[in-house]
Design a binder for this molecule. Structure first.
Ligand SMILES: Cc1ncc(COP(=O)(O)O)c(C=O)c1O
Length: 391
């Protein structure tokens, strides 16, 4: 194993910002490739590489040094589950993005991606995609940054890091870590090769951060690692996550609103659609599920570009009983919603082999899409669904 260097910081955005600075200094290049719908943090340098955010601003132009590649989403993206080799196809898109940048006289410093896209809609990149992307990016003199701020520390169950799902032959040049590292305590970390860290230090500008590497945070980080190991939370993520996915798969068989279930360990997405074949996003319905769950003291949120993917990223001590409890409630809400939709438009509902067959209702049933800019406001206007007290 090559020697590595580690920077202990406070905020996760600091970690990604430092990763960019390392990449710029090491490569001498300026441009960054990011994935569509990605979110990497709230400071200016990261809003620039977060289409999830900058797409929300009407008329906003991405920085000329930022290039957006296709999200490797095999359910809703350009290359889907029926494509013979989506990993190569999506990686080829990154190669094209690099070529376009070169034509404009730009050079690539880094490609950055979450190992599994969270805000982007719980997207699981096809196996082998990162290796191929890394090859294209490194050939262009850039480096690969894996953002593990949400998905690291055993959550994916089979591995400690999300990027390991791609295969043992893949190692990023920089890994950024955050949220679970301090189990709520503000802390983050950047891991990179000694070579990249030394090139940064050799710039002559000292890296200074008042609370960086402070002993209290380091003690908390060590305690978290101990608990993950002693309580086998990674094993729990594998087993309970597998069980949760299976329960959700069962929901999919019974509910026409469920378009896709995808997950690894305790990182799971349930994508709601109004029409199975067209995959019309069921945005308002997803918001309704969230608000009705909240009334039953279950917190869930929806994400993805259409805010129609219910995200499951529970605490790592989540149990089988917790999974059953949550899925039972979702089952009930979906049943109510589907009934309401059928009642609203009886002419469109045909019961066929036990499933409700509906026309695409997106334009004609009066549903209002929540604004893309605010996934947290309840703007559902689903007709006939029980009006519930909101607080
Ligand atoms: C993938 C990812 N990277 C970076 C960040 C930035 O973290 P923070 O808001 O703690 O700075 C977030 C925050 O949600 C995130 O989800």
């Amino acid at each position: 194993m090559k020697p590595i260097s580690c920077f202990i910081l406070i905020y996760r955005s600091e970690a990604n910002d430092l990763a960019l600075r390392l990449a710029w200094q090491y490569t001498g290049h300026k441009d960054i490739i990011t994935l569509d719908n990605a979110y990497h943090g709230h400071v200016s340098s990261l809003i620039d590489i977060s289409p999830y955010k900058f797409h929300q601003m009407a008329g906003a132009e991405p920085s000329q040094h930022v290039h957006v590649a296709l999200s490797p989403d095999t359910y809703r993206g350009k290359y889907r589950e029926d494509h013979p080799d989506p990993a190569t196809a999506y990686a080829e898109n990154v190669k094209e993005v690099i070529e376009e940048a070169h034509k404009k006289g730009h050079e690539i410093a880094a490609f950055i991606a979450e190992s599994l896209q969270s805000c982007g809609g719980q997207v699981i990149p096809p196996m082998g995609y990162f290796q191929k992307v890394a090859q294209h990016v490194r050939n262009a003199g850039g480096i690969f940054i894996a953002d593990e701020v949400q998905v690291g520390f055993g959550r994916v169950g089979t591995h400690f890091w999300g990027f390991q799902l791609q295969g043992e032959d893949f190692v990023p040049d920089i890994v950024t870590m955050g949220k679970p590292i301090g189990n709520g305590h503000p802390m983050s970390c950047v891991i990179t090769s000694r070579e990249i860290a030394e090139s940064f230090m050799s710039s002559g500008m000292e890296y200074f951060n008042t609370f960086g590497g402070n002993p209290v945070s380091c003690a908390i980080g060590l305690a978290v690692l101990n608990v993950i190991e002693k309580e086998d939370l990674q094993g729990n993520a594998l087993h309970v996550g597998g069980y949760l996915t299976q329960l959700l798969e069962d929901l999919k068989k019974r509910h026409p609103l469920v378009g896709d279930v995808r997950g690894r360990g305790l990182f799971v997405g349930l994508e709601l659609v109004r029409n199975q074949s067209k995959r019309t996003p069921a945005t308002a319905e997803a918001q309704e599920v969230i608000y009705r769950l909240k009334e039953q003291r279950i917190l869930l949120s929806a994400d993805g570009p259409h805010r129609n993917v219910l995200k499951f990223k529970p605490p790592m001590c989540f149990s089988r009983e917790d999974a059953e409890f949550a899925v039972e409630k979702i089952d009930q809400i979906l049943t109510d919603l589907e009934k309401a939709m059928v009642l609203q438009r009886p002419e469109a509902a045909i019961l066929e082999t036990g499933h409700i067959k509906r026309k695409d209702a997106s334009d004609e049933n009066g549903l209002v899409h929540p604004s893309n800019g605010n996934s947290h406001k309840h703007t559902s206007t689903i007709p006939l669904s029980k009006k519930t007290k909101r607080n």
